[in-house]
Design a protein around this ligand. Sequence first.
Ligand SMILES: [Zn+2]
Ligand SMILES: [Zn+2]
Length: 210
Amino acid sequence: MRVKIEEIQGLEPLTVSEAIKPETMAEYLADAGGFSLARATPLTVTFKRVSGRVLVRGGFVGNFSVPCKRCLSDETIEVPVDFSLRMVEEARRSEEDDAQAGEGAGGGTGRRKKRTKQQKKDDDGEAEIAASFELDEIDAEPFDGKTIDLDPIVREQVLLALPVAVVCREDCKGLCTVCGQNLNESDCGHAGKKEVDVRLAKLKDIKLKN
Ligand SMILES: [Zn+2]
Ligand SMILES: [Zn+2]
């Protein structure tokens, strides 16, 4: 989802709602350890201008399929994904950096823009650290001042919202390490015995002829 800042009229909040495309979510979940989206409510996001920043609040509720960590059975979990963050124009932030560095309001807008790009190239890391010292901007995300692209934001929020591991139930017995039987369904009798690799167990029965 992309929103042009000019669509946000004055101080009126702008609310946008959009279905999450399955292929977009599949991309988000590529490295998420087996999660896939079963279904989701539309992503609804409200944008509001507040003193040069844009407040972004939004979310959706997703139903995700994921294998149980122990027995690998398919589970579906409901995960609310909610986020609230402030976007700050990149140029504005570096202007503030300039002011702090004591360079004052010297050059025109053109020069500043040029510097922003150069600065980003030169000392990306340092600029980031410097910005993090500014309490006010600690949780502010930079954007180009024209368009807010929600894709990377939603991706990050989805990955943060998903649990690290899912089990089908607290006392899931998992799979037998000897024969692979789902121990929640039946007991194969291997439990408690010394764990033997099934392939090695077969080797034990082979009798050599000489
Ligand atoms: Zn399980
Ligand atoms: Zn077994």
